[in-house]
Design a protein around this ligand. Structure first.
Ligand SMILES: [Zn+2]
Length: 76
């Protein structure tokens, strides 16, 4: 299985790196601070890559949908 080049910019510790992930992966762990990041598609197409060859962006914290729903309950 071909791995996808990912641009990681950790929002927790600021680490920037190029990582390689499986196409089926939806999250990536920062190797510096161990926080879990969400793997976002470059485009609507999961197989799309940008002009630098990146297919995924890891810029945001990974949050489960259930946790978001719980947070919404809290703030209601
Ligand atoms: Zn980090």
């Amino acid at each position: 299985m071909n791995k996808i080049k990912t641009d990681m910019q950790c929002p927790f510790c600021g680490e920037c790196a190029t990582r390689y992930v499986f196409p089926t992966q939806s999250r990536l762990k920062c190797y510096v601070c161990d926080m879990v990041l969400f793997l976002k598609y470059i485009d609507d197409d999961p197989e799309a890559i940008d002009e630098r060859g990146f297919g995924r962006l890891a810029y945001e914290p990974f949050i489960h949908n259930e946790e978001i729903m719980e947070l919404n309950e809290v703030f209601r």
